[in-house]
Design a protein around this ligand. Sequence first.
Ligand SMILES: *[C@@H]1O[C@H](CO)[C@@H](O)[C@H](O)[C@H]1NC(C)=O
Ligand SMILES: *[C@@H]1O[C@H](CO)[C@@H](O)[C@H](O)[C@H]1NC(C)=O
Ligand SMILES: *[C@@H]1O[C@H](CO)[C@@H](O)[C@H](O)[C@H]1NC(C)=O
Ligand SMILES: *[C@@H]1O[C@H](CO)[C@@H](O)[C@H](O)[C@H]1NC(C)=O
Ligand SMILES: *[C@@H]1O[C@H](CO)[C@@H](O)[C@H](O)[C@H]1NC(C)=O
Ligand SMILES: *[C@@H]1O[C@H](CO)[C@@H](O)[C@H](O)[C@H]1NC(C)=O
Ligand SMILES: *[C@@H]1O[C@H](CO)[C@@H](O)[C@H](O)[C@H]1NC(C)=O
Ligand SMILES: *[C@@H]1O[C@H](CO)[C@@H](O)[C@H](O)[C@H]1NC(C)=O
Ligand SMILES: *[C@@H]1O[C@H](CO)[C@@H](O)[C@H](O)[C@H]1NC(C)=O
Ligand SMILES: *[C@@H]1O[C@H](CO)[C@@H](O)[C@H](O)[C@H]1NC(C)=O
Ligand SMILES: *[C@@H]1O[C@H](CO)[C@@H](O)[C@H](O)[C@H]1NC(C)=O
Ligand SMILES: *[C@@H]1O[C@H](CO)[C@@H](O)[C@H](O)[C@H]1NC(C)=O
Length: 741
Amino acid sequence: MIRHGCILKLLLLALNVALLMSNSYSQGDEKEYIVYMGDRLKDVSSTASLYLSMLRNVIGSNVVPDSVLYSYRRSFSGFVVRLTEEQARNLAEIGGVVSVFPNKKYSLQTTRSWDFLGFPEQVRRATMENDIIIGVLDTGIWPGSDSFSDAGLGPPPSKWKGSCQSSANFTCNNKIIGAKYYRVVGPVKSPEDVLSPLDTEGHGTHVASTAAGRSVASASLYGLGSGTARGGVPSARIAVYKICWSDGCYGADILAAFDDAIADGVDIISLSVGNFFINDFYEDPIAIGAFYAMKNNVLTSNSGGNNGPSAGNITSVAPWLLSVAASTIDRKFLTKVQLANGNLYEGISINTVDGANEMYPLIYGANAPNKTANITGSISRYCRIGTLDPNLVQGKIVVCDTLTNGNGPFSAGAKGAIMHYDFFLKDVAFSFPLPVSYLDDDKGIDILRYINSSRNASTSIFKSMEINDTVAPYVVSFSSRGPNLLTPGILKPDLSAPGVDILAGWTMAASITGVPGDNRFSPFNIISGTSMACPHASAAAAYIKSFNPTWSPAAIKSALMTTATPMKAPTNSSAAEFAYGTGNINPLKAVNPGLVYDANQTDYVKFLCGQGYNKITLWIMTGDDSTCSNATNGTVWDLNYPSFTLPTASVSTPIDQIFTRTVTNVGDPTSTYRSVVSAPAGLSIQVVPEALSFNSLGQKLSFNVTVGGSISRSMVSASLVWDDGVHQVRSPIVVYVVASS
Ligand SMILES: *[C@@H]1O[C@H](CO)[C@@H](O)[C@H](O)[C@H]1NC(C)=O
Ligand SMILES: *[C@@H]1O[C@H](CO)[C@@H](O)[C@H](O)[C@H]1NC(C)=O
Ligand SMILES: *[C@@H]1O[C@H](CO)[C@@H](O)[C@H](O)[C@H]1NC(C)=O
Ligand SMILES: *[C@@H]1O[C@H](CO)[C@@H](O)[C@H](O)[C@H]1NC(C)=O
Ligand SMILES: *[C@@H]1O[C@H](CO)[C@@H](O)[C@H](O)[C@H]1NC(C)=O
Ligand SMILES: *[C@@H]1O[C@H](CO)[C@@H](O)[C@H](O)[C@H]1NC(C)=O
Ligand SMILES: *[C@@H]1O[C@H](CO)[C@@H](O)[C@H](O)[C@H]1NC(C)=O
Ligand SMILES: *[C@@H]1O[C@H](CO)[C@@H](O)[C@H](O)[C@H]1NC(C)=O
Ligand SMILES: *[C@@H]1O[C@H](CO)[C@@H](O)[C@H](O)[C@H]1NC(C)=O
Ligand SMILES: *[C@@H]1O[C@H](CO)[C@@H](O)[C@H](O)[C@H]1NC(C)=O
Ligand SMILES: *[C@@H]1O[C@H](CO)[C@@H](O)[C@H](O)[C@H]1NC(C)=O
Ligand SMILES: *[C@@H]1O[C@H](CO)[C@@H](O)[C@H](O)[C@H]1NC(C)=O
């Protein structure tokens, strides 16, 4: 899987080179398979011998205890083993085995952000916050960070059953109460991969400190983003599950971390990892793990992915996941470039080096090909690594015809680079190993003209400055969009949270770009991704739970969704709800949502039945002996989801669909909510009954929403708000033309 933070790396990979992604770790004809066996076995002591005898049936007598690479046994059961494809098929036939799927690779996809959300540092806090444990599944953690000081925190809450894998470089404290690393598959590939929960990458430290970091004054990245760095729930505890390594995050490790985190007693799981492709629920370690988490009353918050802005690229789609899109905040980083002729240009980037008073000669990448490598100007204009001639670019600022990670000019000894491109990632600022400004295409062409017309073209690149982006928040271009290709009747993403240019803690074991030769080590770093949005939502969920400890994962998710701030459609995009879900999180409002749309395992099983999951695949998903019957066959329209989504065959096809929903009163014992509908012309929306009168807390009342008429565009947005004068419980209603395949 992919860490959803390394977007520059990933997007450039997708843009520039064919996406070569080996999906599984293989050795000869064999590869790693996950054998998933449903619910936890009652007699855990016999699992080892059971697994071995199953394998002997399929492989033969040469099976040894070491053949089982990992056993899941604490929250569900199954194991990891190396098999040929044929052996995997045979194993899947054995009674008790519910699915056998390859161990695929997934990836990882401040300060200001919480204030921007209207969630100030001095917000009202529940004493329960000390007892909330957030499980962070990521690259590990840097325990030396001030963000993880345990000053003033008592011992871990008594419900905690986890452990700390301490080593010479790693110890836990009363903030980081547990830590463990997972590497089921093969040896690690790089010296940076230390076999310890220690974070040698930075991503996990960033995510954990965004969710639950203590307040650290005067934090910044070399003066940029300066302010107090803090997590959303600074008193909550962190449990670390290191599942990502330099070669990615494997499904077997993700499942192992879920198996432990659920049994360890975490309250919320924060998972900033995903894949490029949608797997069906029963072959997706995130969907399986999160289903068990839900069964055990733990909400999983998951990054929506960085594969936007194409429609339908979101892969975090299970209804029991909270899928988070990335939005901007009001702080934006600009980097000025001034030519020797006085012309001044503003680009986007994060540049920590103050070069305002230093002019360096300019050279166009096309005029500096690495001839030793037979490179021509038509290649070197893009400044990719190995294509530039160091003798020509050394000490100069290179102009490059595309956005790259900067390693090309950096390794060739350039002083800086000016990159330009006509579209692509203009709404996010990246760090590079050398001073860089990323300009619009027309400004880049302007500078190339200047190079042509000047005998001694030179320029300076300023340190980045912060400006107030008054149009924030909007969903950033890279954030994965809906619709949901697996379950078209469920809106995804669910909501959005800040994920652009976020300042948070960093590891001291890696530089801020991780590029060899970059010697900038900083306790804080500014990075972007739905990976950064996810921990904001995780913390908001933890905050809700600290006030409402008995709420189910679905109730917490509903509170976040129905109180989210509706957003503007992103720049020139019809994506609307497919970009932002219900809107931007509002943690303060979410604590007191008035009504919640609750759901539990029984509801999700009905939903799966209605999706046509037959008995065996249903069993695969729920791990128990749930079967579908007429009584349990719910349609997707009846799943008690806090948003309403209706795919239709084409524009102007007549629509007629009833949604049934039940809301639970968690506001004032006696209250009357009136329905307020807003719908575009042509679409008729009726709510029956129109008002709901409650006379006790916890009371549940049902209503129907009938959507009729037709739509005139490929997607239209409407909404239903239940309003009692104090609470506005808002759900978007989306009707769209489903692309025929
Ligand atoms: C971890 O500790 C070992 C020995 O104590 C040391 O050799 C190693 O460099 C340390 N690794 C990091 C990343 O600090
Ligand atoms: C996103 O969707 C587009 C169009 O559906 C597809 O061509 C592309 O491969 C997808 N990209 C990723 C990264 O999944
Ligand atoms: C460059 O091209 C020349 C002539 O075609 C060839 O002899 C040489 O091996 C090539 N060098 C590299 C690095 O490919
Ligand atoms: C230029 O090409 C040669 C031959 O491929 C290579 O050894 C060298 O590293 C390249 N220079 C740079 C700066 O990448
Ligand atoms: C710069 O000069 C070259 C060679 O004369 C020409 O091909 C190119 O189009 C010029 N570039 C610009 C931006 O004017
Ligand atoms: C070229 O520009 C650089 C930097 O502005 C300056 O130091 C140098 O003297 C100039 N050379 C000529 C020949 O004008
Ligand atoms: C940006 O401006 C708005 C008002 O226009 C203000 O409320 C907000 O605090 C400003 N943000 C920053 C980062 O200065
Ligand atoms: C939006 O995109 C369409 C084509 O996709 C284009 O014709 C139109 O000019 C764009 N509008 C804006 C405001 O950028
Ligand atoms: C789910 O909730 C319903 C009531 O809404 C209840 O009847 C059912 O037993 C619950 N299922 C589980 C598995 O707790
Ligand atoms: C449940 O509904 C789905 C979709 O309508 C259908 O395919 C399936 O056969 C039904 N199952 C039962 C047990 O009625
Ligand atoms: C289930 O529903 C179908 C049609 O809705 C009906 O034909 C069938 O008899 C029902 N089965 C049972 C056991 O009630
Ligand atoms: C909702 O519609 C269903 C039919 O689909 C009906 O049985 C039920 O009584 C309706 N509920 C309300 C509250 O009107």
